[in-house]
Design a binder for this molecule. Structure first.
Ligand SMILES: Nc1ncnc2c1ncn2[C@@H]1O[C@H](COP(=O)(O)OP(=O)(O)OP(=O)(O)O)[C@@H](O)[C@H]1O
Ligand SMILES: [Mg+2]
Length: 284
């Protein structure tokens, strides 16, 4: 594979590993986004399209702009330039809760679980469709409130089963008692609780050993099988996951997208090797 097959920054051509096919109108699009912090260009003219059901990995060295990309997509940052679209809807600059309610869920690079409550309750809190009953409502309509909670608990249990591992068996434990890998898994379960169309995972294998990483890869493959329309964007440093999971890999370096293609093409691209993989990591 020649390096020229990959899209270089500033190139206007479409990537050859043409990613966005049918259903793109319902997809997520980052259009020529620039994000500046003072003089620092954290993202420079970055575009990315993700179609329903696709898995896309975003890789790149520390500080390349990966988390910033997620923060722009999810409405934490308003981009300096460019647009974020969900389907045909321009959501640029909308507040995070509005973008979440349009079906974009995420996990964070550092854990954001509610550690002092149970595993099950963490998932229930992820169900933004469920409005927690007010004290007055609970007093006036105790049976309805109890029924809603019972249904929510059952749904949360199903989600915990769907992410695999032994999380379901640990549903009544406090989140803080979980092993690191299970905490990561619980964050994914909580993100899934809102029944998103787009799931953004920021370094889900951080702190995991090889075994846990392999289990997570299987979990994500199962989530994909169970939810064929769910698109997943995963920021990841672990090449085992990047090799196994995504349909497509985008590479960021110093805020620019330097390549976007299949993993096989990416790993042979000299620019990517130099920027990220280490020049001795790909020599076959
Ligand atoms: N709120 C902010 N204010 C100022 N600079 C920021 C802010 N957020 C990110 N940056 C800077 O933007 C650049 C990109 O950061 P970002 O966190 O997106 O990198 P990353 O690719 O996720 O790195 P890592 O692999 O270490 O998580 C870095 O130089 C970072 O210091
Ligand atoms: Mg990051």
């Amino acid at each position: 594979m020649k390096a020229s097959a990959l899209r270089a920054p500033g190139s206007t051509g479409e990537p050859l590993a043409a990613p966005v096919a049918a259903g793109a109108a319902r997809g997520l699009s980052v259009e020529r986004v620039t994000m500046r912090f003072g003089g620092l260009v954290a993202l420079g003219d970055v575009s990315l399209d993700v179609a329903p059901g696709e898995i896309v990995a975003v890789i790149g060295p520390n500080g390349a702009g990966k988390s910033t990309l997620f923060n722009v997509i999810t409405g934490i940052y308003r981009p300096t330039q460019g647009r974020v679209l969900i389907g045909d809807l321009d959501v640029t600059g909308r507040p995070a809760h509005a973008i979440a309610s349009l079906g974009v869920a995420r996990t964070f690079q550092s854990s954001r679980l509610f550690t002092g409550i149970s595993v099950l309750d963490n998932v229930i809190l992820g169900m933004h469709a469920l409005s927690p009953p007010s004290v007055l409502q609970a007093l006036l309509f105790p049976r309805r409130s109890r029924n809603e909670l019972r249904q929510a608990a059952a749904q949360a249990g199903r989600i915990l089963q769907s992410v695999g591992g032994h999380l379901y068996d640990q549903r009544y434990r406090l989140a803080e008692e979980l092993a690191q890998a299970d905490r990561r898994r619980l964050e994914i379960a909580r993100a899934l609780a809102g029944e998103p169309k787009f799931l953004l995972l920021d370094e889900p294998t951080a702190g995991m050993d090889d075994h846990d990483t392999d289990v997570l890869i299987q979990d994500l493959l199962r989530i994909r099988r169970d939810r064929p329309d769910l698109a997943i964007v995963v920021v990841e440093h672990d090449m085992r996951l990047v090799a196994a999971l995504p349909d497509r890999v985008a590479v960021l370096e110093y805020g620019s997208k330097i390549a976007e293609a299949s993993f096989e093409e990416i790993r042979r691209d000299p620019r990517v090797q130099e920027a990220y993989l280490g020049s001795d990591s790909v020599d076959d």
